[in-house]
Design a protein around this ligand. Sequence first.
Ligand SMILES: CC(C)(COP(=O)(O)OP(=O)(O)OC[C@H]1O[C@@H](n2cnc3c(N)ncnc32)[C@H](O)[C@@H]1OP(=O)(O)O)[C@@H](O)C(=O)NCCC(=O)NCCS
Length: 188
Amino acid sequence: MLRIPGPGSRTPDDVVIGPLDLAARVDEALAVQAEAFGLSADEVTVRRQIVLRHITYPGARALGAFTRDGRLVGFVYGMPNDRTHWWSTVVQPYLRARGHDTWLDDSFVITELHVLPAYQNRGIGRALITRITDEADEPRSILSAIDIDSPARGLYFSLGYEDLARQVLFPSAPKPYAVMGAHLPLRR
Ligand SMILES: CC(C)(COP(=O)(O)OP(=O)(O)OC[C@H]1O[C@@H](n2cnc3c(N)ncnc32)[C@H](O)[C@@H]1OP(=O)(O)O)[C@@H](O)C(=O)NCCC(=O)NCCS
């Protein structure tokens, strides 16, 4: 069932940013991620369980970008970092080696950010990440992105994120990642 989005900020293309019930719309969100990021059917199945677990974590929140008829065209979700979470345990030795270990405390983690290709480059990704971090209680934000020059990395740099570690290897991920951090609020 489609949910009519509540009042929210409006991007130039009349796409509304608002709260996303990720548990109810996990399959739509993963369809967006599969198209934007490239996920196989098997990867979608694995991610589905991970997302449904993530959204039970304290402080986990999601925002969606919706067309006027309620179609999901982008989303972001994240949560306050917890050093016991899998992602945090993987990146911690890399951050410690660079003297950035304390970024794992009091940080809001951006876990996923994806926009359908047909809707990219219109400010939707920027609106999603800016709004979710504006609503965070933490003074800073961290995330990981594939360690290449990409629109995602370009967006994060433009918002004030800096590299905290490079060439970070996640088990089962073939490509190395960069871990990035920014003080909040994000740069406008
Ligand atoms: C990353 C992503 C979410 C950005 O969403 P978006 O709605 O297209 O981004 P916006 O339009 O808000 O912002 C575009 C910004 O990205 C950056 N950007 C866009 N295209 C770029 C490119 N080819 N090279 C470098 N930077 C680029 C710029 O900083 C640009 O800012 P500007 O508009 O001031 O020039 C989107 O590209 C995406 O879904 N990519 C595939 C999935 C992915 O990589 N997700 C992130 C995982 S870490």
